[in-house]
Design a protein around this ligand. Sequence first.
Ligand SMILES: NC(=O)c1ccc[n+]([C@@H]2O[C@H](COP(=O)([O-])OP(=O)(O)OC[C@H]3O[C@@H](n4cnc5c(N)ncnc54)[C@H](OP(=O)(O)O)[C@@H]3O)[C@@H](O)[C@H]2O)c1
Length: 289
Amino acid sequence: MTTTRENPSAAFLLGGDLPVARLGFGAMRLPAREIAGPANDPETSAAVLRRAVELGVNHIDTAWFYFHDGLSANGLIRRVLHPYPEDLVLAVKVGPVRHPDGSWGAPAGPRELVAGVHRTLRELGQDRLDLVYLRLHEHDEAVAERFGALAALREEGLIRHLGLSNTTTGQLASAQRIAPVAAVQNMYGLFHRRHPEVLDACTRQGIAFVPFFSLESLGRPEPAEPLARIAARNGASPEQVKLAWTLARSPVVLAIPGTSSVAHVEDNIAAAELLLEPEDLAALDAVST
Ligand SMILES: NC(=O)c1ccc[n+]([C@@H]2O[C@H](COP(=O)([O-])OP(=O)(O)OC[C@H]3O[C@@H](n4cnc5c(N)ncnc54)[C@H](OP(=O)(O)O)[C@@H]3O)[C@@H](O)[C@H]2O)c1
């Protein structure tokens, strides 16, 4: 494992032409804190979003299927942020199919992907989407036909950059034979370092690697140490240390922590300024996962 001490508050050029702060925001928790829980208070979620942008976030991850009881992440983003700041990058996903009652369908085929892109354009009030990920479900799933459908929309000018989510290196290579891949969004965090070879491939190629669930331990108990000690020594929260460690894994990592709380969004964004010492990074690297 290699960790770097590159300044995490520096911007990254997404797709080679969109400068984004490395600490972004994941919008999945705006409609509801828990998928099976009650909907959030819309005004609190609006305040979270507003605060994120005030604090310099210009990369927001969202999807048309982030909705709960009539409250949708895209609807909130449009209501609170439109007309969008010029430097704001809205990254979206297509792939999952979700019914109006909240239940999930079979993964989208090419026609449903195209419909998902058009729905997202309408919901966000945009003529072109900055970054569209094909969200895969299985690690042995074929990507060519569906990624090809999105590449055709890119050719039409409806999409600026394409990405892949939940991908293996093999699926990434298949997609790259069809069109450039600007970003990969995979599950990755201090306590679950799945598919490090995908992160390494992104680092080698300068592709943005956007980890999701980087604050989570996926239901397993988290060891308190060395996180608590490193957090205390740096006057930081454990979540800030997790984010700083994730950003230090590679200069191509862009964090998108999700929250439904204004205090937590402030805490998370401040992690961009936390530069951990080499010995702290080494101790975190050694945490067993
Ligand atoms: N591609 C995919 O398949 C996929 C899957 C899932 C998610 N995503 C994307 O990834 C983003 C991140 O995932 P996520 O939101 O599920 O997980 P996450 O960012 O790892 O963690 C969110 C959890 O941590 C809590 N939290 C956040 N900041 C905190 C802080 N400073 N202190 C204490 N607790 C804090 C949140 O609760 P509070 O609300 O109480 O803060 C929430 O329970 C999502 O928003 C979404 O955009 C993508």
